[in-house]
Design a protein around this ligand. Structure first.
Ligand code: AVI
Length: 321
């Protein structure tokens, strides 16, 4: 599962493209039309997401960073000496740096991500900064399988790190499945889990409808990616970005809304999309402290301390595996 060569990265990309084609086709044929948000993250999508994290309205990244910075010493003491950090979906290596700085002799860092090139670049940068750390990037879809190398001899705890509230992009079923699998592979260690909290819908609405339109570009990139990789021929001008808070379900929903009746001819098939019909591209669930602790408990974790910002916007949970 470790991808070192350009050839292997190319194979991983081809495999992902064929899943994308099959899932997009299934989405276009179903009602309602839904596709996994994991397809946002090609090279361009990952860069757009990095820009979202810098937006004034998008509070989760900077709030979580501040929580980690404020409590890094305490978190590191829970980790113990020579711990190994496994990061699921290693987008911004800025967050793990805060942990590595505070940890006692971190032994190994295993960032797992689906976006191979982005990951390789970020991991190489980190390795340069921490020459004594064993950095091993793993290109994989951690929602499908969690295969990890054996712990290093003499290594301390294995601590999973899942920041950014990516857990909120899973369906409740996927979240339960991911947590149960993580609890198994981290047994004896712990999971450090970041989650966005239920809050004033106006704050949430602004975070997903930024004034610069970066989130809209990120959403539309799903169709742009399909055009680039699969030759779908979507006209991006014929779709609106829509993001709103669904309070009963405690989630932001992102959709691409068709501006008119249109027909997409692709791969010998014809797909009709009516005016106002949507492709549902993402859910971003928001959590209460108790709700998340209960979910983690059901998955086999023993909930431990929780750190939050003063505004109760974001929380970071220590979960014993
Ligand atoms: C990665 N994930 C936690 C982000 C979120 O907030 O759900 C993705 C995102 N979608 C729109 N803006 C950011």
């Amino acid at each position: 599962f470790r991808i070192d060569s350009g050839e292997a990265q190319g194979e991983a990309r081809d495999a992902q493209s064929s899943c994308f084609a099959a899932d997009l086709k299934a989405a276009l044929l179903s009602h309602p039309r839904t596709i996994s948000p994991k397809y946002f993250y090609d090279e361009r999508g990952s860069r757009l997401f990095d820009r979202i994290c810098e937006l004034p309205e998008y509070y989760p990244t900077r709030t979580e960073l501040a929580i980690l910075a404020a409590h890094a010493g305490e978190i590191a003491s829970h980790m113990g000496p020579r711990a190994e950090v496994v990061e699921f979906g290693a987008g911004s290596l800025r967050k793990v740096r805060l942990l590595l700085e505070a940890m006692q002799e971190p032994a190994r860092y295993l960032p797992i991500d689906i976006s191979g090139e982005h990951l390789a670049r970020c991991a190489a940068e980190l390795q340069q900064e921490y020459p004594g750390l064993d950095v091993q990037p793993v290109v994989a879809d951690y929602t499908r399988r969690l295969l990890l190398p054996a712990p290093l001899p003499g290594a301390g705890r294995r601590v999973g790190f899942f920041p950014g509230s990516t857990i909120g992009n899973f369906t409740p079923e996927e979240a339960r499945h991911f947590l149960a699998t993580a609890a198994q592979v981290l047994r004896g260690g712990a999971l450090l889990l970041g989650a966005d909290m239920v809050k004033d819908p106006d704050i949430l609405h602004a975070a997903y409808n930024d004034s610069q339109g970066v989130t809209a570009a990120f959403n539309l990139n799903l169709l742009a990616r399909a055009n680039r990789e699969l030759g779908t021929g979507f006209d991006l001008g014929l779709f609106w970005h829509s993001a709103f808070y669904n309070a009963p379900k405690s989630r932001i929903e992102m959709h691409l809304v068709s501006r008119k009746n249109q027909r997409i001819e692709w791969d010998g098939e014809c797909f009709e999309i009516g005016e106002g019909e949507t492709l549902h591209t993402e859910n971003s669930y928001k959590f209460t402290i108790e709700g998340l602790r209960a979910l983690a408990g059901q998955a086999g974790f023993r909930p431990g301390p929780v750190w939050m910002d003063a505004g109760r916007r974001f929380c970071v949970h220590w979960l014993h595996a």
